[in-house]
Ligand binder design. Structure first.
Ligand SMILES: Cc1cc2nc3c(=O)[nH]c(=O)nc-3n(C[C@H](O)[C@H](O)[C@H](O)COP(=O)(O)O)c2cc1C
Length: 274
């Protein structure tokens, strides 16, 4: 008997054990884990390029949606070609003098790179992001020499997560065309209502800056009545989700303010003579 199990080898010996033998149970469990982990890691590695490409397409789709271009005929890539992508040097408020390709520039990666980002002092960090990239892309929708819309990437902390999205402004660099988040982990039905089309629709036509150039746009608590004073700068709060609503206000105030796109937008408005 001992001779025959030696002949079978260790594997054969383990498999020949009765099914209720603890050694066999342990062996089968370990083998199962090994096979599953090989399958999962193979899938993760081989699907990575598809995931990256899908993410890029999703970002383009969101830019098309926030500018009202998604209903037009054509593929996402074809429609996205209408946009002129430029990199803005945020502190200068002008287009960056760099060899970096604006289309492949990764603002998120840059904001984690000490060479390419600046730390935000606690007091100024109203969006709760810690650091920001020195350069940010802008997506220009033009008609001839005229800029019809400019899309600005924005992000900031809500209650549970950082919300990433796009704000599109009309060619006056003040009137909002749309605001849309493409990534967040706020609670569905509460903070997750930032994705509710009815709530999103309220942003169109709202103004960002008052006559002094101060950022006035904000999400209020409750409902903005037709006759509410300064209704053009206000959007309804998300009910039961004041913390996410405040997060949206804060991230807009940050990205439209002096530390964000404020200097760029000011320069663009002054070019228009406003
Ligand atoms: C499970 C759970 C999930 C919540 N998710 C959110 C959320 O995503 N965003 C948010 O602002 N508040 C959320 N809240 C509610 C907040 O804790 C807080 O009560 C609320 O923001 C206050 O807003 P209100 O004054 O409009 O009720 C959640 C609460 C619970 C219990």
């Amino acid at each position: 008997m001992a001779d025959s199990s030696k002949k079978k080898g260790l594997l054969g010996g383990l498999l020949a054990l009765p099914n209720d033998d603890p050694k066999k149970t342990l062996f089968i469990a370990v083998m199962l884990c090994l096979v599953c982990s090989i399958l999962v890691s193979t899938a993760a590695v081989s699907l990575k390029p598809i995931q990256t490409s899908n993410k890029k397409t999703d970002i383009k789709r969101n830019i098309l949606a926030v500018t009202g271009q998604s209903n037009k005929a054509g593929s996402v890539d074809e429609l996205f070609e209408q946009f002129d992508v430029r990199l803005v040097d945020l502190s200068q408020g002008s287009y960056a003098n760099t060899d970096i390709d604006p289309v492949s520039y990764d603002q998120r990666k840059a904001s984690a790179d000490p060479q390419m980002s600046v730390n935000i002092k606690d007091k100024q960090d109203i969006a709760g992001i810690g650091s920001r990239a020195k350069m940010a892309p802008v997506y220009l929708l033009t008609e001839g020499d005229t800029i019809k819309q400019v899309v600005l990437p924005v992000h900031g902390y809500g209650l549970w997560s950082t919300l990433y999205g796009f704000l599109s402004l009309e060619g006056d660099f003040n009137t909002i065309k749309g605001l849309r988040f493409y990534e967040h982990a706020e609670t569905p039905g509460l903070g997750g209502e930032v994705d509710n089309p009815k709530w999103r629709a309220q942003w169109e036509g709202k103004k960002v800056f008052d006559e002094n150039g101060d950022v006035e746009i904000r999400v209020i608590r409750g409902h903005v009545g037709k006759d509410s004073p300064e209704a053009e700068y206000k959007v309804d709060g998300l009910s039961g989700a004041t913390l996410t609503s405040n997060g949206v206000t804060n991230l807009l105030q940050y990205w439209l303010g002096e530390q964000g796109f404020g200097p760029y937008l000011k320069n663009m408005r002054s070019e228009l003579g406003k």
